[in-house]
Write a protein that binds this ligand. Structure first.
Ligand code: GAR
Length: 197
């Protein structure tokens, strides 16, 4: 059984979907802990499923590296097989990425390599593209530059706002994330070849 730690910053809707999937007896992964860099609303989902949570408030550390080291320490208490960034809106320090990669994946609301970064939905709208998408990647030391494990296009519709477009992307993200975690858990998808050089 693959054990998974999930890191969030916000509502945790993707986390919720993963928790629901992992609650199914035949799903080959279990979420063992949920962490965040701020008081995230998504903690409520973890609590509803009886999953422990921890908070490492970014602003309480002098440097990103110090914050990352504490995050790493908290995660390592649980010895997870996989760490999932599910809406964590902070860049992990390089040392933390190197410690976990390639067993570290991220969901992103755009069809990478287009529109990386913190505003993938807004940037796609601003660019006036007719389709964007959702991606699940292995995290490397760049910003959303890691190997792509799964992705799917989502059309941009006339009159879309950042909110309506993001709400249409999120169900696709959830499906991709759950499928990737399932494939890793079942052994169908091996992340070892994606090790960061
Ligand atoms: C998701 O769309 C996720 O891909 C995005 O934040 C949202 C979190 O939603 N992450 C990024 O943009 C990271 N660059 P949620 O908290 O409801 O799951």
């Amino acid at each position: 059984m693959l054990t998974v730690a999930v890191l969030i910053s916000g509502a945790g809707s993707n986390l919720r979907a993963l928790l629901e999937a992992a609650d199914e007896p035949d799903f080959p992964a279990r979420v063992v802990v949920v962490g965040a860099d701020r008081e995230a609303d998504g903690f409520a989902h973890a609590e509803a499923f009886g999953i422990p949570t921890f908070l490492v408030p970014y602003e309480q550390f002098d440097t990103r590296a110090a914050w990352g080291e504490e995050l790493r320490r908290q995660i390592e208490v649980w010895s997870p097989d996989l760490v999932v960034l599910s809406g964590l809106m902070r860049l992990l320090p390089e040392g933390v990425v190197r410690a976990w990669a390639p067993l570290l994946i991220n969901t992103h609301p755009a069809y990478l390599p287009s529109f990386p970064g913190a505003h993938g939905v807004r940037d796609a709208l601003a660019a006036g593209v007719s389709e964007t998408g959702a991606s699940v990647i292995v995290v490397d030391t760049g910003v959303d530059t890691g190997p792509i494990l799964a992705q799917e296009h989502v059309p941009v519709l006339e009159g879309d706002t950042e909110h309506t477009l993001h709400e249409r992307i999120k169900p696709v993200e959830r499906r991709l994330l759950i499928d990737v975690v399932r494939r890793i858990g079942s052994g169908e998808l091996d992340l070892a070849p994606f090790a960061t050089p």
